[in-house]
Unconditional design. Sequence first.
Length: 341
Amino acid sequence: MKGHIFKIHSDFYYANTPDGVFECKIREILKKQKKEIYVGDFVELEGINENSKQAFISQILPRKNFIPKPKVANIDQVVVVSAIKEPSLDFEQLNRYLCFCEYYGLKPILCFNKNDLKDNDELITKINSIYKPLGYDIIFTSALEKSGLEELENKLKNKITVFCGLSGVGKSSLANAINPDLNLKTKSVSQKTDRGTHTTRHCEIVELKLNNSLENAKLVDTPGFSHLKFDFLMPAKISELFKEINELKKNCKFADCIHEHETGCAVIANIDSIEKTRYESYLQFLKEAKEYKTKITYQGNKTETKSKTVHNKTMTKISHKKRQTSRRKETQNTGKEDYNE
């Protein structure tokens, strides 16, 4: 039977199937292969117990896409939720989320929540001037006043959507405003730190009722993440994640230009056309990528795998301690013993 993982809690995986919801455990062979299951994965189930609604996951089916933070697979779009205030808008963090979407080939929608807070006209103008020319969809909402929700709902119809953003920006509040029956936990932002706290503890796909009708809209409720880093890419790849820099670099004199202070750099020559916070974000992500390059240059990044593929079939490797000695090896060792005697 095929299932769709909609929630993971501790070591239990909850799957929607044609026969209802099943509580699942993962087969030991997948653990040995270090296969990781994400919310949104489609899986094969076996050892099915219809009475207790329990089963085992024997295989993870191919994904069309995924993101590692939050750990979600097979999604249609990402709504990057930021707050106008409380917590203050962090342009670097916003650009970080956008670049991750670019890297994983996901469509981002920018949602700026808490638009009910006053004195934000200047900030809204700045947001529009930066991200509209880049082609990003922008929505301004207020979960408190329920403004902008209709526009957001139209984007969610017939989609599996991830809400991602820092803690306290109002991801759960927006979902509750659209569908109060969800009753997702919310918590106010700390006055001392100007930061939110994690109210969502795990990823879960929930059904959304739009305009009191179910229109196949599904939302992945996720914890907030604030420590995404580009410590897995080489420096030359960072420019590909910024639309404006990626376009300008076509005219750079050297192919390996990283647009920092090189001679003949078209990006530096047109630096006034790039918004300041965007280029500052680029330099920060470039710094992280340089640290990664240094690390793998001098330390290496090779890791021993726990599985191998033979004739298109994945098998778990046997540890050295458990691996049996071949008969040929035993014969050779016997010959050596006889010779030594």
